[in-house]
Design a protein around this ligand. Structure first.
Ligand code: PLP
Length: 229
């Protein structure tokens, strides 16, 4: 058989997620354009990212620089222009250089040591980042404790190489998105206290609740690309 079209699955999923984002915005009385939908493409091939880009996705989230960079190069070679790359993985100081060079926004900065490494690796450009906050008190999750956030915000603002744009959180895993609402509220309140506009919160299982609580960036993987294997 000749010319059989690829299954339109990713395009359909993108459209579905977009309409759910739109409905959540409406429920919350927010403007439709106030939420950036980040398609989390870890473990997905560049071809799947190209499908998502063709369906209108302009922002991608990746957890590992090593995995992301070859895919990014394939996207650029395929002529997908103007894509923004978000680093959402665990960040290590020895990766600061490559991550600042290749990503447009870093979501997972949680220590002064990392801030200093990023500033030192900035190579003259201003690095946009968010501070990750541990809103659920779990030792295994990354993020700064809310009680130490003030000091970290001050440190970030003391570095001219850094543009602090917001806060990010990953709540403890749960089966009920309503259980994550307090964590999202907590992040919103912390951002308000520090006059920060950006709120990166909400994933496949809870992005609608996150939007109701003020998310400006939702990070959605499985609802767009399907289960990861
Ligand atoms: C993998 C990942 C996501 C996406 O998770 P889904 O449940 O697939 O939507 C979002 N944020 C971070 C930090 C992740 O590591």
């Amino acid at each position: 058989m000749v010319g059989r079209a690829a299954a339109p699955r990713i395009a359909e999923q993108v459209a579905l997620v977009r309409s759910r984002v739109g409905a959540a915005c409406e429920r919350a009385g927010r403007a439709q354009g106030s939420v950036t939908l980040i398609a989390v493409s870890k473990t997905q091939p560049a071809s799947a990212m190209l499908e998502a880009a063709a369906a209108g996705i302009a922002d991608f989230g990746e957890n590992y620089a090593q995995e992301a960079i070859p895919k990014l190069e394939r996207l650029q070679a395929a002529g997908a222009p103007g894509l923004a790359m978000h680093f959402i993985g665990h960040l290590q100081t020895n990766k600061a250089r490559v991550v600042t060079e290749r990503f447009d926004l870093l979501h997972t900065v949680d220590s002064e040591r990392l801030l200093d490494a990023i500033a030192a690796a900035s190579g003259g450009s201003r690095i946009r980042l968010m501070l990750q906050v541990n809103t659920s008190g779990e030792a295994t999750r990354g993020g700064v404790d809310p009680s130490a956030l003030g000091q970290l915000v001050r440190h970030a603002r003391s570095l001219s190489e850094i543009e602090l744009v917001g806060l990010m959180t990953i709540p403890a895993p749960s089966n009920d998105p309503e259980q994550n609402r307090p964590a999202f509220r907590c992040l919103r309140e912390l951002a308000r206290m520090h006059s920060l506009a950006g709120l990166s919160m909400g994933m496949t299982d809870d992005f609608e609740v996150a939007i109701e609580e003020g998310a400006t960036h939702v990070r959605v993987g499985r609802a767009i690309f399907g289960e990861r294997y």
